[in-house]
Design a protein around this ligand. Structure first.
Ligand code: GDP
Ligand code: IMO
Ligand code: MG
Length: 423
């Protein structure tokens, strides 16, 4: 049985949580494959909004199994808070939530190192969510990390302590003004670990191989977005994991030839939170309007998101890197009432006008080239059928589809589950 994959094509926050929730009814297993609690995936239904950070977005469905894969990094403290927040919803975590033994832990000192590293960078900071993501993946690739399965071994505490001692020395090196009480941090960490220990911890790659053999339908859920990928994103202003399609193979143990559909999600415009280049960023009233109407504030940090026009150069690149087979366009409703919508089709560079993403997309190196698309006046949020959508909006979708050479199969017109139109 094949596996489908859903991932963001921009700089994150495209609406992955909402669409995974919508699609879960057609799947047996939802599996997160990378990232950690830097992610904030929002779901809305029955008038309630939920934000998930570590737990996959299929958790509200009665039957689906939700698996946290080996490629994910887990902060037990945040994980416990997520479970606490979900307590009123009577979710049977014991049977529905699985955690990979090979997933790595974010330790309290990883979070401190993240903060110290960002402070030391000054103006050049990444704009990290400060959840300890970078330092944790550094320890993973540096072969020093602590994995979920380790907590059931005798040497766990000793290895934990020697890693923490090393981290404390590194913190001295940074000479940051960070104030912390390691004992207090550890107390909270170990308390949360006891809760995590009660969850079902599995050899997740074996579990998924068996599920495939049994004909189960699996949806891999990405976090962040393709332009934040450690290799293909706007380095160094990226996250520390493989957010693109290949990450689902390494982050779950799924073979590339088992992946069938690759669902690529994008907003009808572009947003970015944190630092780094953003060619189509708007600094005018239109940008402010998009931010306001779209409630563009980070689901994890609450920081305002930078807003700009849609960038087809970047989208085409993300579609190629991921092998996207179907597109999903989110938040078209936010653009209602803007009479002239701009679409970036090319970049002007020293080497001429190009339609591919070059090595450097800093403002001094690329200048976005736009065409105008006529805007639509109508409110889209109550529309539930394709043929009721305004003509000018349909024209916008058709134009994007033609440019991107990939079908747009879902159009989302509001945050709620119900505000989803299938084409
Ligand atoms: P994720 O990280 O990709 O899951 O996305 P986030 O949850 O961080 O950000 C998406 C935001 O847009 C959330 O607040 C969603 O509730 C909201 N949202 C999702 N789809 C739509 C849509 O079609 N229209 C509007 N107006 N909001 C949406
Ligand atoms: P979801 O899954 C948007 C950004 C941060 C920062 C950079 C590095 O909700 O789409 P990190 O904490 O990973 O060291 O931060 O990546 N970032 C995100 N931006 N959505 C996310 O996740 C993000 N996760 C990280 O703002 O610029
Ligand atoms: Mg988000």
């Amino acid at each position: 049985m094949s596996v489908d994959l859903l991932l963001g094509l921009q700089w994150g926050d495209e609406g992955k949580g909402k669409i995974v929730d919508v699609l879960t009814q057609s799947y047996d297993i939802i599996a997160r494959f990378q990232g950690g609690p830097n992610a904030g995936h929002t779901l809305e239904f029955e008038g309630i909004k939920h934000v998930l950070h570590t737990i996959p977005s299929g958790i509200f469905h009665p039957k689906a199994i939700n698996l946290i894969g080996n490629g994910v990094v887990i902060d037990p403290v945040i994980f416990k808070k997520e479970l606490d927040n979900l307590a009123p919803y009577n979710i049977d975590f014991a049977s529905k939530l699985l955690i990979s033994k090979k997933a790595h832990f974010i330790l309290p000192t990883h979070r401190l190192l993240d903060a110290a590293s960002e402070a030391a960078k000054g103006k050049a900071k990444i704009g990290s969510t400060l959840k300890g993501i970078g330092p944790t993946y550094m320890d993973k690739t540096g072969r020093n990390g602590m994995r979920v399965g380790d907590i059931f071994t005798k040497t766990w505490k000793k290895r934990y302590q020697s890693l923490v001692e090393k981290h404390l020395k590194m913190l001295d090196f940074y000479d940051s003004a960070l104030e912390f009480d390691i004992n207090e941090l550890e107390e909270t960490f170990f308390e949360a670990l006891e809760i995590l220990k009660k969850c079902k911890v599995v050899d997740s790659e074996n579990y998924l191989h068996q599920a495939q053999a049994d004909g189960k339908k699996i949806l891999a859920e990405g976090a962040q977005g393709s332009l934040l990928d450690i290799d293909f994103g706007t380095y160094p202003f990226v996250t520390s994991s493989t957010t693109t399609a290949a990450g689902a193979c390494t982050g779950l143990g799924i073979a590339p030839n088992k992946i069938k559909e690759v669902f690529g999600i994008f907003k009808a415009y572009t947003t970015r939170v944190g630092s780094g280049p953003f060619p189509t960023e708007l600094f005018d009233e239109v940008g402010k309007r998009i931010a306001k109407v779209g409630h563009e504030f980070g689901a994890t940090t609450g920081r305002p998101r930078r807003c700009g026009w849609i960038d087809l150069v970047a989208l085409k690149y993300a579609i190629k890197v991921n092998g996207v087979t179907q597109l999903m366009m989110m938040k078209g409703d936010v653009l209602s009432g803007i009479d002239k919508i701009k679409v970036c089709t090319h970049y002007k560079t020293e080497d001429g006008v190009i339609d591919y993403l070059p090595f450097d997309i800093q403002p001094e190196s690329v200048s976005p080239q736009y065409i105008d698309a006529p805007g639509w006046e109508e409110d889209l949020t109550e529309i539930d059928q394709v043929d009721k959508l305004p003509k000018k909006f349909i024209k916008y979708i058709d134009f994007l589809e033609e440019e991107l050479q990939t079908p747009i199969k879902i159009v989302s017109v509001g945050p709620d589950r119900k505000q989803t139109i299938f084409r």
